[in-house]
Design a protein around this ligand. Structure first.
Ligand code: MAN
Length: 466
């Protein structure tokens, strides 16, 4: 009899005890000390302790029934030793579905649950270790990239100074070449004017008459024939037309040939005025003569050379200034607190997703190419767009190609920690709005290591020891 009483008392105490502590986290245990009464955690009501977990909801906040499904707002705490603890709505307690990996939510159901916390914990720890290794490696690489950035930055600064120096030198050269060109132009003009003034002088005239005669006398036999006139002379009004034999004979004074003396007194006068006939390929009488003058020729080619030289210097000056402006623009971009993103400048990253090839050129643009080779812009570099404390975690590329019956294409690039810099995914969650995941060591943040799941699992370890 005494033995029966002891067994009954033990059984009762186990029942009561297990009933009372079920579904409560360690930190809440202090509210559930076995006293005469239980004060609902929201302080709204006091109930006899026997009413805790008696499958009847007494407290408005559900705190008297943490281990049963009685209260609609109750929470059941899965201790999940070996994995991570968490709360489930107490309506799931004994509902025939295993929610806690330690099976504690199905303590009074016919469902057979397998405790999977150990396996889950092992998997999570392995995953965590992998992530920690990635983080460590990422941080190491980040440091290298920061150093590389410092180096690139210095190089770009030097390059800018050098380019500015080249531009200054070119500016001086430019002025010098402008002066030279002006002088050459003036000289040509003066030579031309002198030539025009001299045009009627006997020396020049003789020289010119002889020169034109020789030009017409193609076979150099000392006389101009009908054929030679037809080949070289044309009417000013109709240069394309070949003179008829009669017309040529008329120009030759009615004969079939003409020597220098005759030429000087007849045909030359016609040619010189340039009113009705001219030598083919020339603009008129005077120009024809001017072109022949060696002084004018020399002055003309000197002026042309000076103009060509000036053009070359002008082009070089323009190119250098463009380079300066490009470089200055690049140097004004925000590359992160330690310029850790600088190394991405001039780099492009690609990923093929279904029929599209996406190319991200950081701080420049994003494009999408389809299988036919048609490329559209998904946005040009806009700004950093992360959260205020973590602004370098996202990039925004804006004002891409307008979408047919839709918005302008825009892209958000989310930067995540990885041991290499590569595009990992591209999604289009809404029409023409793209989200890219760019993994890179420079997105690795040391605080993650301290605040991450690592510490949560560590805490879990503490639970296991208890
Ligand atoms: C192209 C691509 C798609 C986009 C449609 C919108 O096919 O740029 O990403 O959704 O145009 O018409």
């Amino acid at each position: 009899m005494r033995c029966q009483i002891i067994i009954a008392a033990t059984f009762w105490s186990v029942c009561v005890d297990s009933r009372k502590i079920r579904g409560i986290s360690l930190s809440y245990k202090r509210f559930y000390r076995e006293r005469k009464s239980f004060l609902c955690i929201d302080g709204s009501r006091m109930v006899p302790f026997e009413q805790v977990n008696d499958d009847y909801c007494d407290c408005e906040d559900g705190s008297d029934e943490p281990g049963t499904a009685a209260c609609p707002n109750g929470r059941f705490y899965c201790t999940n030793l070996g994995f991570r603890p968490h709360y489930i709505p107490s309506s799931r307690v004994n509902d025939g579905i295993c929610d806690c990996c330690d099976t504690s939510d199905e303590y009074n159901s016919l469902t057979w649950c397998l405790n999977s916390c150990r396996n889950l914990g092992q998997r999570e720890r392995a995953d965590l270790e992998g992530r920690m290794r990635t983080l460590d490696e990422g941080l190491r690489l980040k440091q290298q990239l920061i150093e590389e950035g410092v180096h690139i930055w210095r190089e770009k600064q030097t390059q800018l100074i050098e380019l500015q120096q080249v531009a200054e030198d070119l500016q001086v050269k430019l002025e010098e070449h402008r002066r030279r060109k002006n002088t050459a132009d003036r000289l040509r003009e003066q030579t031309l004017m002198a030539l025009e003034a001299e045009d009627n002088g006997p020396r020049r005239q003789n020289r010119t008459i002889t020169s034109i005669f020789h030009q017409l006398d193609s076979n150099n036999d000392g006389s101009i024939t009908v054929d030679e006139v037809q080949a070289k002379v044309a009417y000013v009004e109709d240069e394309e037309r070949i003179l008829s034999e009669d017309e040529a004979v008329a120009l030759l004074g009615g004969g079939h040939q003409m020597d220098l003396t005759m030429f000087q007194h007849m045909l030359w006068n016609n040619l010189r005025s340039g009113d009705s006939i001219k030598i083919k390929g020339t603009h008129g009488a005077l120009v024809g003569l001017v072109d022949e003058d060696p002084n004018i020729k020399a002055a003309g080619s000197a002026a042309e050379r000076a103009a060509a030289d000036l053009k070359k210097v002008e082009e070089a000056f323009e190119t250098v200034n463009m380079e300066i402006s490009d470089l200055t623009k690049k140097l004004t971009i925000d590359y992160g607190a330690d310029r850790e993103y600088l190394f991405m400048n001039n780099q492009c990253y690609q990923l093929k997703v279904y029929e599209y090839t996406y190319t991200l050129c950081p701080f420049n643009q994003v494009t999408q190419k389809d299988v036919s080779g048609t490329e559209v812009s998904l946005g040009k570099w806009g700004t950093w767009a992360g959260t205020p404390g973590n602004q370098y975690s996202q990039m925004r590329y804006e004002s891409g190609e307008p979408c047919w019956q839709g918005p302008t294409r825009n892209t958000t690039v989310v930067l995540t920690c990885g041991t290499e810099t590569a595009l990992r995914s591209v999604k289009e969650p809404s029409k023409c709005q793209y989200i890219m995941d760019l993994q890179t060591p420079v997105a690795c943040q040391p605080p993650l290591k301290q605040q991450g799941i690592h510490s949560e699992l560590k805490r879990q370890g503490v639970h296991s020891e208890l």
